[in-house]
Design a protein around this ligand. Structure first.
Ligand SMILES: *[C@@H]1O[C@H](CO)[C@@H](O)[C@H](O)[C@H]1NC(C)=O
Ligand SMILES: *[C@@H]1O[C@H](CO)[C@@H](O)[C@H](O)[C@H]1NC(C)=O
Length: 397
């Protein structure tokens, strides 16, 4: 008996040691990108969704100005990210990337200085191929260290790294080269892998980047938006502080969806711990757009320190319940009606990980009110077509 117990104890000790060893390996792998960034999902703006290649330094400066004057920067929107088309098609005779003279005549360093003076951060874009997706500027394949040094010397804070026009090798071969280059460049730079989800980057992205795209590019319509939320949800368990699933940038404010649909868009991105990168013209927003993107309580769900990405916990036809635990024993819940008609939808406690007898207080984050009654066992809401409710539930007994 004593001997068997001893063997069992020894086995348990060995298993514990193996677990610790595995953890250490995981830590070492993570430390390939030990930049300390992205402890919560990044927030800011990116030029692509609204402007495409139609960008210049004046517009970028005006956007930085607007992020501050609208109060968005105070809410956490800090990255000003330049997407494709900022450079000349040819490198200089030393092989350096050259900011496009016609649109960025003052250079990127001057722009970074301007943005930094406002308390914001500057992001830039390159590609793990010979050309970027626009084919209007070079990619960084074969120039990773040189470009990373250039970005660091300019004061860049964020790099979105696309996957177009590459040499046909796997992204798992090309992306780590830039990770290492950034680590050697001497400046913490948030690294956003834009591999479009082809080779399931959630499964290998954490040691390499601070976020990884799980989807193809979003467009400004309901089908595109909701399908990206779906594809991104599959990888929920991979999200964590320092590394996030990325279903692409926000379309809120670009005009292709209804107010209810944009609220669904913002709610699902928030609860999914997605990067909150605005994609509209910050200099010219409607009141409605501002109301959506400045909802502090929804932003707080996104920025919760635990970093648990929401999962779909129930699907019945067009009705879905998405939920994620928050810090402080709270739970964020989205009740979603994807269908074309009004519908009464119920979130059940056993679906969202609460004991059925738990009494909760419910805060409606879009109505900005705590509901008068408490709830036991479930919560029901009637939803307009293509709309949702976002509640934070707080157990009180
Ligand atoms: C501002 O936005 C409105 C639509 O909301 C648009 O009609 C107008 O052209 C925009 N103005 C500028 C200067 O872009
Ligand atoms: C919701 O819970 C109440 C009890 O609090 C129960 O009477 C009702 O049947 C439940 N509804 C659903 C749809 O589960």
């Amino acid at each position: 008996m004593g001997k068997r117990r001893c063997v069992v104890a020894a086995l348990a000790a060995i298993m514990l040691m193996m677990e610790l060893a595995a953890l250490t390996v995981a830590e070492n792998r993570r430390s390939m990108l030990s930049n300390g960034l992205g402890m919560t999902p990044p927030m800011g703006w990116n030029s692509w969704n609204h402007f495409g290649c139609n960008i210049d330094e004046k517009m970028i400066r005006e956007t930085a100005d607007a992020l501050v004057s609208t109060g968005l920067s105070k809410l956490g929107y800090e990255y000003v990210n330049i997407d494709d088309c900022w450079a000349e098609i040819s490198r200089d005779d030393k092989g350096n990337l050259v900011p496009k003279k016609s649109t960025f005549p003052s250079g990127i360093k001057a722009l970074a200085d301007y943005v930094h003076k406002k308390g914001l951060k500057l992001g830039i874009y390159s590609d793990a191929g010979y050309f970027t997706c626009s084919r209007r500027m070079p990619g960084s394949l074969g120039y990773e260290e040189q470009d990373a040094k250039t970005f660091a010397s300019w004061g860049i804070d964020y790099l979105k790294y696309d996957n177009c026009n590459n040499d046909g090798s796997k992204p798992t071969q090309r992306y780590p080269v830039m990770t290492r280059a950034l680590m050697k460049a001497g400046r913490p730079i948030f690294f956003s892998l834009c591999e479009w989800g082809d080779m399931h980057p959630a499964e290998w992205g954490a040691p390499l980047g601070n976020s990884w795209r799980t989807t193809n590019d979003i467009s400004d319509n309901w089908e595109s938006m909701i399908s990206r939320a779906d594809q991104n949800e599959i990888y929920a368990e991979y999200a964590r502080p320092g590394g996030w699933n990325d279903p692409d940038m926000l379309e809120v404010g670009n005009g292709g969806m209804t107010k209810d649909e944009y609220i669904v868009h913002f709610s699902l991105w928030a609860i999914s711990k997605a990067p909150l990168l605005l994609g509209c013209d910050i200099r010219n927003m409607t009141r409605e757009t501002m109301d959506i993107i400045t909802n502090k309580e929804v932003i707080a769900v996104n920025q919760d320190p635990y970093g648990f990405q929401a999962k779909k916990v129930r699907m019945e036809g067009d009705q879905e319940i998405w939920s994620a635990p928050l810090s402080g024993y709270k739970i964020a819940v989205v009740l979603l009606n994807r269908g074309p008609v009004r519908y009464s939808t119920t979130a059940r406690w056993d679906d969202i990980g609460l004991d059925p007898k738990t009494v909760v207080q419910a805060r409606d984050l879009w109505e900005h009110k705590t509901l008068k009654t408490t709830f036991v066992g479930n919560l029901t809401a009637t939803l307009r077509p293509h709309s949702c409710k976002l509640y934070v539930l707080k157990p009180i007994a």
